[in-house]
Design a protein around this ligand. Structure first.
Ligand SMILES: O=C(O)CCC(=O)C(=O)O
Ligand SMILES: [Fe+2]
Length: 329
């Protein structure tokens, strides 16, 4: 018998109906202390916004590599990440995926950018794929609203005021990534994946996936990999390491992976809805008594950068360049 992940309708939550925070919060608590994964329906991201983003991404990924390389990921993590650039911790093979990453659009004049806060600044839009900017700016905005609304119920599910997270999400480190998975080649090894088993780095992830399937989640009790199949009109939501840590491990950050055996191109859009760079993530702030706190406080930015440095080839290259520049000086 295959286990199924819960579907939580967030329509009432978004509408601000009486009792919705508590009801949705209870369902979220059950899901996050259980499988660590759930679906949301009624998320409010308009279907045309999703369709436009997916169409733009498909067009972009099908362009020649030489063209995509013109927006190769910069040190702000913005732009195109080529196949082979991401190696999950503990994996033997790099992921068989490409992705395009954007974040909060901040002008060079923004105080955080001027202060040199890592990962902050403008997005890197491909002028040769002009549909990308309008489509993904819209998607980023809409999915961010869905994330903020969801977090109000997550806060209640943790016994906090609904506004708790908003104070830590003034300039969120939200990263939205359009991902392209080519079909898994026949005869590939058992440890080759579109996306190798991993846990997400940040707080909460909202994922749109196409109809091809391929996302698998590790069931916590059995250790079995179960499918998280596409369900029309839903997003998949999961807890990341930073929220597990904040919750003092009351919430589970569950390993998951992608294996695109559909024989077709698979597209998804993952949004890591993460807090301000300087947000302090401390289980004590969520009520863990000092004697029971499992983790030291960490800033969201330091944690996420640390995980980036271990997973992404472009960051290793940057570190090598910086070391070489330092050595030459
Ligand atoms: O593409 C998917 O279905 C999953 C993406 C994911 O888990 C990630 O990007 O962290
Ligand atoms: Fe993930």
């Amino acid at each position: 018998m295959s286990a199924t992940l819960p579907v939580i309708d967030v329509t009432a939550l978004r509408a601000g109906r009486a009792g919705a925070l508590e009801e949705t919060g209870a369902a979220i608590r059950a899901a996050c202390t259980g499988p660590g994964f759930f679906y949301i329906s009624g998320h409010g991201v308009p279907e045309p916004v999703i369709e436009a983003a997916v169409a733009a991404a498909a067009g972009f990924f099908r362009l020649p590599e030489a063209q995509k390389r013109r927006v190769a990921a910069n040190k702000l993590h913005r732009g195109w990440h080529a196949m082979g650039g991401a190696l999950m911790e503990g994996a033997r093979h790099a992921d068989r995926k490409e992705f395009f990453s954007l974040g909060l659009e901040l002008p060079e004049s923004d105080p955080a950018v001027r202060a040199g806060e890592p990962l902050r600044g403008p997005n890197q839009w491909p002028d040769f794929a002009p549909a990308m900017q309008p489509a993904f700016a819209d998607y980023f905005h809409e999915i961010g609203r869905a994330g903020a609304s969801l977090l109000s119920a997550v806060a209640v599910s943790l016994g906090l005021s609904p506004e708790f997270f908003a104070a830590h999400y003034r300039k969120p480190l939200q990263r939205t990534q359009a991902i392209y998975y080519p079909p898994q080649p026949a005869g590939s090894a058992a440890d080759e994946f579109g996306l190798a088993p991993h846990t997400d780095f940040g707080c909460i992830t909202l994922l749109w996936q196409d109809n091809n399937g391929g996302l698998q989640v590790r069931e916590r009790q059995s250790g079995d990999w179960i499918e998280a199949p596409p369900l029309p009109g839903t997003l998949v939501v999961n807890v990341g390491d930073l929220l597990a840590r904040w919750s003092n491990d009351r919430f589970a950050s569950t390993p998951h992976r992608v294996l695109n055996r559909s024989g077709r191109e698979r597209f998804s859009i993952a949004t890591f809805y993460d807090p301000d760079f300087g947000a302090t993530v401390d289980p004590r702030a969520l009520g863990a008594p000092e004697a029971e706190a499992l983790y030291e406080p960490v800033t969201a930015g330091a944690h996420i950068l640390g995980r980036f440095d271990r997973a992404f080839g472009y960051r290793k290259a940057l570190a090598t360049q910086a070391a070489a520049a330092g050595g030459a000086a």
